[in-house]
Design a protein around this ligand. Sequence first.
Ligand code: ADP
Length: 559
Amino acid sequence: MLINWRALKNRMSPRAEFLGKLRCNIGTRSLWERHRGLILATAAVVSLQSVLIVWLILQRSRLKRAERSLRDSEERMSLAAEAANLGMWVWDVGRDEVWTTNKGRALFGFAPDTRLDNAALISRVHPEDRAARDLAIRRAIETQGKYAMEYRVLLPDGTQRWIDARGHCIDVGDPKGTRLLGVSMDVTAQKEAQDRFRLVVEASPNGIVLVNARGHIVLVNACVEKLFGYGREELIGQGIELLVPERFRGEYPANGAGFHAESAARAIGAGLELFARRKDGTEFPVEIGSSPIQSQGTQVLNVIVDISERKQAEAEALQHREEIAYLSRVAIMGEMAGSLAHELNQPLGAIVTNAGAGLRFLERDSLSGEKLRELLQDIAADGRRASDVIRTVKGMGRKEEGTRQLLDLNDVIAELVRLTRSDALVHDCTVLTWLHPAVPKVEANLVQLQEVFLNLILNAFEASKEVPRVRRRVIIRTERDGDGAIRASVRDFGTGLPADKPERVFDRFFSTKREGMGIGLFIARAIVVAHGGTLYAENAEGGGAHFWLRLPASKEIGV
Ligand code: ADP
């Protein structure tokens, strides 16, 4: 088909005309020359876009890495917190949203998917602790600082637990974005143990002072307040030297200058006896037992026992013992003097009698040589006895135990009966001896054994004074006892022993006599006991006293 261009051209619009012209120009210039600006602008845009895309890709991967490491570190933190039995939490204060680990939720008794805010947490805090917790949190937010406190949580089922919560504010540069981050721990068991410890400490009848490593008092009980006269608040934080007099400070386990490991070691286990000082400055004796406690550093728990009464009693007992020792020395001296006089009286009296008899024989001119020999022999024997007595008493004065020898008790008794014949006459008493012919020998000190029998015999004479003459008999007996021992007894028919407690006669200073010292039987028993024997007394059937003496037979020689 043929186009009529001219007719068409005439019918064309001005735009078509412009395009036609353009087509003609293209045909004459290059594309670059014609669109350089446009091309440059397009290239710039494209390269900018590429850079932007690369940057965005880099940013994205960096963000992903950061997110991954954040997730990792959060997981690690959560894991560590779970392992340490800690509940981790973050409180977005502005949005009032609380995020916490499952452990944290469990501490407050919340299910894992419950939405938590501050009000929800407060609802679980023990009503008595809410105000204090609130204040602590508000302070931390205001100061952008830390938060640490212990409070109780009360669960819907009534369970109460102690929580130790610590946290701090994270500054995100915008007050609205404040976040509080922290951990909570169940410290119920510790709290209960502390409460029990406090109860025990408080209930202790002794003073308890807990001292830290710097020698400062951390805890005291009621007893310490009573002992020292200080109020608790006056003591806490003070150096322990407040309670220790200056001269003892070096010995004390801990003082203001520091903790004394050496002194503490001495005080630990073995109690230290020293003096303590009250608030009014007075001092009193104490015994301190210390033991270290590893809690918040080394601390020393001191148990302080007031030993004033014990010391007083000890002093009194010592004084009493000294008095008794003095009295008994005096009494023994008196007793020794008495028995010395008594024993010397016998031989001296016999010497005088024999000498008198000799003189009378001489006057009558009837002194045969035989008689003279007899008299002189008796005088010599009595003289020897007197010197023996003096020697023995001198020995006793020098606190010598006296030598022991093998003795036949029958001989000892027979000799004493002979020696006390004049006393028997004075008291109008008949002395009977029923001596077993074959008693084993005893190993004893002669003078001491004589002392025992002399006492028993003279007491028997004196007790017979009060009864009619026909009853005044003293029976001395020896016999063999079981185990090869020897039993001897002195029995009288006199007034008898105290009916309620016959054994009282052996008490030191017990005497019913006007001039008695009440020491003779005490010494007699001591002598018998020192010889491994026993001496006891009873009221005899038919009246009078019966004294029994048992001595072990000598192992060296039998019968
Ligand atoms: P003393 O003879 O100095 O009183 P003793 O110790 O020898 O001291 O005796 C203590 C007391 O025991 C006597 O005072 C007396 O009351 C009582 N006593 C001792 N022997 C007898 C006895 N054979 N019969 C009755 N009482 C006796």
